[in-house]
Design a protein around this ligand. Structure first.
Ligand code: PNS
Length: 166
């Protein structure tokens, strides 16, 4: 019998901030793989609400129930981070049809960059298919109720951030 090789997956994103939609995907992916690394990076095209250390701390605070999940930051190409971590799969959440084109292009590009890593799409529960960190931030900044879309402690952090900026 050969040695068992741990199946490691990476769930990358900017997580600005983590939402219940992300947590739903984390739950699904962590049950499919031996180890799940949440890879947090800066999206250079977007100004973030939370800095990368705040985002990591927020994620760590909500994934404590999952023993095989850990949170790390990365810079540069996702595929290089995946190779560095010996991951065989990149996890991406797929919500509505409009996600598809962007996700398809990224998956194909990442495949071109490495044949050893595949992208696996998971769909969240129906109550989260329409949400994104950007939409949640926009609604929160304009005073709307986002309490069903983020955990309680994340909601408090968003509110605090918004009132500090006023
Ligand atoms: O939070 P997002 O915007 O859904 O995540 C996008 C992310 C971070 C996965 C993507 O921008 C990415 O992979 N960035 C790292 C740089 C990289 O590898 N770019 C080429 C992708 S084919």
């Amino acid at each position: 019998m050969g040695e068992y090789i741990m199946k490691i997956a990476i769930y990358p994103g900017s997580f600005d901030p983590i939402t219940n939609g992300h947590i739903d995907i984390i739950k699904r992916a962590s049950s499919l793989f031996d180890k799940l690394i949440i890879g947090v990076t800066d999206d250079n095209n977007k100004e973030s609400m939370f800095d990368i250390h705040e985002r990591v701390a927020m994620i760590e605070g909500v994934v404590t129930d999952y023993d095989n999940v850990n949170v790390q930051t990365f810079n540069g190409l996702l595929i290089d981070f995946a190779k560095l971590k010996s991951a065989v799969v990149i996890i991406r959440g797929l919500r509505v049809l409009s996600d598809f084109e962007y996700e398809f292009k990224m998956a194909m590009m990442n495949r071109r960059l490495s044949q050893k890593v595949d992208t696996l799409f998971l769909m969240p529960s129906i109550q989260y298919v329409h949400i994104s960190s950007s939409l949640i931030k926009e609604v929160a900044i304009l005073g709307g109720d986002i309490s069903t879309y983020v955990p309680r402690n994340i909601l408090d952090k968003i509110k605090r951030k918004i009132s500090a900026k006023k």
